[in-house]
Design a protein around this ligand. Sequence first.
Ligand code: SF4
Length: 238
Amino acid sequence: MSNLTDLNEKIAKCDACRLCKQRKRAVPGEGREDAEIMFIGEAPGWHEDQQGRPFVGPAGQFLDELLQSINLKRSEVYIANVVKCRPPSHRDPLPDEIGACRKWLDRQMELIKPKMIVTLGRYSMARFFPGATISKVHGTSRTSEGVTYFAMYHPAAALHQGSLRGVIMEDMLKIPPFLTQAEAVPEEPTPQKSKKAEKVPKVEKAEKPGKGEKIEKVEKGASAEKAEQTEPKQLSMF
Ligand code: SF4
Protein backbone atom coordinates (compact mmCIF):
# COMPACT_ATOMS: atom_id res chain seq x y z
CA MET A 1 0.00 0.00 0.00
CA SER A 2 1.37 3.43 -0.92
CA ASN A 3 1.66 6.17 1.64
CA LEU A 4 -1.04 8.11 -0.20
CA THR A 5 -3.43 5.16 -0.19
CA ASP A 6 -2.78 4.75 3.50
CA LEU A 7 -3.47 8.43 4.00
CA ASN A 8 -6.73 8.21 2.06
CA GLU A 9 -7.90 5.42 4.34
CA LYS A 10 -7.18 7.56 7.37
CA ILE A 11 -9.10 10.47 5.85
CA ALA A 12 -12.05 8.18 5.14
CA LYS A 13 -12.26 7.39 8.87
CA CYS A 14 -11.53 10.90 10.12
CA ASP A 15 -13.91 12.33 12.71
CA ALA A 16 -11.94 15.45 13.54
CA CYS A 17 -14.78 17.84 12.76
CA ARG A 18 -18.58 17.90 12.55
CA LEU A 19 -18.59 17.27 8.80
CA CYS A 20 -17.98 13.56 9.42
CA LYS A 21 -21.50 13.21 10.83
CA GLN A 22 -23.44 13.84 7.62
CA ARG A 23 -21.07 12.68 4.95
CA LYS A 24 -21.78 9.60 2.91
CA ARG A 25 -18.15 9.37 1.90
CA ALA A 26 -15.06 11.40 2.56
CA VAL A 27 -13.40 12.68 -0.59
CA PRO A 28 -9.64 12.59 -0.07
CA GLY A 29 -8.65 13.29 -3.67
CA GLU A 30 -7.45 11.35 -6.65
CA GLY A 31 -4.87 11.32 -9.38
CA ARG A 32 -1.25 10.58 -9.99
CA GLU A 33 0.71 10.07 -6.80
CA ASP A 34 3.80 11.81 -8.19
CA ALA A 35 1.90 14.45 -10.14
CA GLU A 36 3.82 17.57 -11.13
CA ILE A 37 0.67 19.64 -10.83
CA MET A 38 -2.03 19.58 -8.17
CA PHE A 39 -5.44 21.27 -8.36
CA ILE A 40 -7.01 22.23 -5.03
CA GLY A 41 -10.65 23.22 -4.74
CA GLU A 42 -12.88 23.96 -1.80
CA ALA A 43 -15.01 21.05 -0.55
CA PRO A 44 -16.98 18.11 -1.92
CA GLY A 45 -20.49 18.72 -3.17
CA TRP A 46 -23.40 16.30 -3.37
CA HIS A 47 -22.07 14.33 -6.32
CA GLU A 48 -18.62 14.04 -4.77
CA ASP A 49 -20.09 12.92 -1.45
CA GLN A 50 -22.03 10.18 -3.22
CA GLN A 51 -19.05 8.84 -5.13
CA GLY A 52 -16.15 9.63 -2.83
CA ARG A 53 -14.34 11.29 -5.73
CA PRO A 54 -13.48 14.97 -6.27
CA PHE A 55 -14.98 17.12 -9.02
CA VAL A 56 -17.43 14.62 -10.51
CA GLY A 57 -20.44 16.94 -10.78
CA PRO A 58 -21.08 19.68 -13.34
CA ALA A 59 -18.10 21.71 -12.09
CA GLY A 60 -15.98 18.61 -12.48
CA GLN A 61 -17.11 18.18 -16.06
CA PHE A 62 -15.94 21.71 -16.77
CA LEU A 63 -12.65 20.97 -15.01
CA ASP A 64 -12.22 17.97 -17.32
CA GLU A 65 -12.75 20.30 -20.30
CA LEU A 66 -10.22 22.72 -18.90
CA LEU A 67 -7.65 19.96 -18.45
CA GLN A 68 -8.24 18.76 -21.99
CA SER A 69 -7.67 22.29 -23.26
CA ILE A 70 -4.06 22.05 -22.08
CA ASN A 71 -3.66 18.38 -23.03
CA LEU A 72 -3.80 17.05 -19.51
CA LYS A 73 -5.81 14.11 -18.22
CA ARG A 74 -7.07 13.52 -14.73
CA SER A 75 -4.70 10.58 -14.49
CA GLU A 76 -1.76 12.95 -14.98
CA VAL A 77 -2.64 15.44 -12.25
CA TYR A 78 -3.78 15.28 -8.63
CA ILE A 79 -7.11 16.81 -7.62
CA ALA A 80 -8.08 17.51 -4.02
CA ASN A 81 -10.01 19.94 -1.86
CA VAL A 82 -9.22 22.05 1.18
CA VAL A 83 -11.94 20.20 3.10
CA LYS A 84 -12.48 16.48 2.54
CA CYS A 85 -16.10 16.09 3.64
CA ARG A 86 -19.20 17.77 2.25
CA PRO A 87 -20.60 20.72 4.18
CA PRO A 88 -24.38 20.24 4.44
CA SER A 89 -26.93 22.35 2.59
CA HIS A 90 -24.34 23.73 0.15
CA ARG A 91 -22.90 25.89 2.86
CA ASP A 92 -19.31 27.05 2.95
CA PRO A 93 -16.85 25.19 5.16
CA LEU A 94 -16.32 26.92 8.48
CA PRO A 95 -12.93 28.11 9.70
CA ASP A 96 -12.66 25.40 12.34
CA GLU A 97 -13.51 22.73 9.77
CA ILE A 98 -10.83 24.04 7.44
CA GLY A 99 -8.40 24.09 10.34
CA ALA A 100 -9.23 20.54 11.37
CA CYS A 101 -8.78 19.30 7.81
CA ARG A 102 -5.58 21.20 7.09
CA LYS A 103 -3.34 18.36 8.25
CA TRP A 104 -4.66 16.11 5.49
CA LEU A 105 -3.93 18.57 2.71
CA ASP A 106 -0.52 19.25 4.22
CA ARG A 107 0.28 15.53 4.17
CA GLN A 108 -0.99 15.14 0.61
CA MET A 109 1.34 17.89 -0.55
CA GLU A 110 4.24 16.34 1.35
CA LEU A 111 3.68 12.99 -0.34
CA ILE A 112 2.88 14.20 -3.86
CA LYS A 113 5.45 17.00 -3.90
CA PRO A 114 3.88 18.86 -6.82
CA LYS A 115 5.95 21.43 -8.64
CA MET A 116 2.84 23.50 -9.32
CA ILE A 117 -0.32 24.03 -7.29
CA VAL A 118 -3.41 25.52 -8.92
CA THR A 119 -5.92 26.98 -6.50
CA LEU A 120 -9.56 26.72 -7.59
CA GLY A 121 -11.65 29.34 -5.88
CA ARG A 122 -11.32 31.46 -2.82
CA TYR A 123 -10.70 28.97 -0.06
CA SER A 124 -7.62 27.40 -1.55
CA MET A 125 -6.56 30.83 -2.80
CA ALA A 126 -6.77 32.11 0.78
CA ARG A 127 -4.40 29.34 1.85
CA PHE A 128 -1.73 30.02 -0.75
CA PHE A 129 -2.31 33.70 -1.61
CA PRO A 130 -3.04 35.14 1.84
CA GLY A 131 -4.70 38.52 1.75
CA ALA A 132 -5.54 38.28 -1.95
CA THR A 133 -8.90 38.70 -3.64
CA ILE A 134 -9.88 36.27 -6.37
CA SER A 135 -10.92 38.98 -8.83
CA LYS A 136 -7.42 40.44 -8.68
CA VAL A 137 -5.21 37.42 -8.26
CA HIS A 138 -6.74 34.96 -10.73
CA GLY A 139 -4.48 34.21 -13.64
CA THR A 140 -1.35 35.11 -11.69
CA SER A 141 1.31 32.99 -10.07
CA ARG A 142 3.81 33.17 -7.29
CA THR A 143 6.72 30.94 -6.47
CA SER A 144 7.94 29.82 -3.09
CA GLU A 145 10.61 27.26 -2.28
CA GLY A 146 10.55 25.67 -5.67
CA VAL A 147 6.78 25.46 -6.00
CA THR A 148 4.70 27.61 -8.35
CA TYR A 149 1.24 28.61 -7.15
CA PHE A 150 -1.36 29.70 -9.69
CA ALA A 151 -4.77 31.12 -8.80
CA MET A 152 -7.99 30.50 -10.69
CA TYR A 153 -11.70 30.92 -10.15
CA HIS A 154 -13.48 27.75 -9.12
CA PRO A 155 -14.94 25.98 -12.19
CA ALA A 156 -18.37 26.18 -10.53
CA ALA A 157 -18.19 29.96 -10.91
CA ALA A 158 -18.74 29.53 -14.65
CA LEU A 159 -21.96 27.62 -13.98
CA HIS A 160 -23.44 30.67 -12.31
CA GLN A 161 -21.85 33.52 -14.15
CA GLY A 162 -21.44 32.72 -17.81
CA SER A 163 -19.04 35.58 -18.42
CA LEU A 164 -16.51 33.88 -16.15
CA ARG A 165 -16.34 30.80 -18.35
CA GLY A 166 -14.11 32.54 -20.87
CA VAL A 167 -11.99 34.06 -18.10
CA ILE A 168 -11.45 30.64 -16.53
CA MET A 169 -10.60 29.08 -19.88
CA GLU A 170 -8.10 31.83 -20.64
CA ASP A 171 -6.49 31.45 -17.22
CA MET A 172 -6.17 27.72 -17.78
CA LEU A 173 -4.27 28.32 -20.99
CA LYS A 174 -1.65 30.24 -19.00
CA ILE A 175 -0.74 27.14 -16.99
CA PRO A 176 1.53 25.24 -19.45
CA PRO A 177 4.34 27.83 -19.54
CA PHE A 178 4.23 28.15 -15.76
CA LEU A 179 4.32 24.36 -15.45
CA THR A 180 7.27 24.11 -17.80
CA GLN A 181 9.12 26.67 -15.69
CA ALA A 182 8.15 24.88 -12.48
CA GLU A 183 9.31 21.51 -13.79
CA ALA A 184 12.72 23.02 -14.54
CA VAL A 185 13.22 24.00 -10.90
CA PRO A 186 15.34 21.40 -9.04
CA GLU A 187 13.74 19.52 -6.18
CA GLU A 188 14.37 21.37 -2.97
CA PRO A 189 16.30 19.44 -0.33
CA THR A 190 14.18 20.36 2.69
CA PRO A 191 11.93 17.53 3.92
CA GLN A 192 9.31 19.95 5.20
CA LYS A 193 7.63 20.70 1.92
CA SER A 194 4.42 21.81 3.60
CA LYS A 195 6.19 24.82 5.04
CA LYS A 196 6.53 26.23 1.56
CA ALA A 197 2.89 27.35 1.62
CA GLU A 198 3.39 29.65 4.55
CA LYS A 199 5.51 32.30 2.91
CA VAL A 200 4.15 35.68 1.90
CA PRO A 201 3.35 35.55 -1.78
CA LYS A 202 5.42 37.11 -4.49
CA VAL A 203 2.83 37.47 -7.22
CA GLU A 204 3.96 37.41 -10.81
CA LYS A 205 1.90 38.75 -13.64
CA ALA A 206 0.77 36.13 -16.07
CA GLU A 207 2.31 36.42 -19.50
CA LYS A 208 -0.94 37.24 -21.18
CA PRO A 209 -3.98 38.61 -19.33
CA GLY A 210 -7.43 37.38 -20.24
CA LYS A 211 -9.56 39.46 -22.54
CA GLY A 212 -10.99 42.38 -20.64
CA GLU A 213 -9.24 41.27 -17.49
CA LYS A 214 -6.93 43.45 -15.47
CA ILE A 215 -4.22 41.63 -13.54
CA GLU A 216 -3.01 43.41 -10.50
CA LYS A 217 -0.51 42.80 -7.78
CA VAL A 218 -1.82 41.28 -4.59
CA GLU A 219 -1.82 43.67 -1.71
CA LYS A 220 -0.46 42.06 1.40
CA GLY A 221 -2.93 42.39 4.22
CA ALA A 222 -5.98 43.06 2.11
CA SER A 223 -9.15 41.28 3.14
CA ALA A 224 -9.73 37.88 1.65
CA GLU A 225 -13.12 37.43 0.09
CA LYS A 226 -15.54 34.70 0.91
CA ALA A 227 -14.97 31.40 -0.75
CA GLU A 228 -16.54 29.76 -3.78
CA GLN A 229 -18.17 26.36 -3.66
CA THR A 230 -18.20 23.18 -5.66
CA GLU A 231 -21.97 22.98 -5.74
CA PRO A 232 -24.10 25.65 -7.36
CA LYS A 233 -24.32 28.73 -5.17
CA GLN A 234 -24.92 32.43 -5.26
CA LEU A 235 -22.73 34.45 -7.57
CA SER A 236 -21.35 36.45 -4.70
CA MET A 237 -19.66 33.37 -3.35
CA PHE A 238 -17.11 33.20 -6.14
S1 SF4 B 1 -13.74 17.53 6.83
FE1 SF4 B 1 -11.62 16.86 7.18
S2 SF4 B 1 -11.29 17.13 9.42
FE2 SF4 B 1 -13.51 17.14 9.05
S3 SF4 B 1 -14.14 14.99 9.34
FE3 SF4 B 1 -13.76 15.29 7.12
S4 SF4 B 1 -11.62 14.64 6.85
FE4 SF4 B 1 -11.90 14.99 9.04
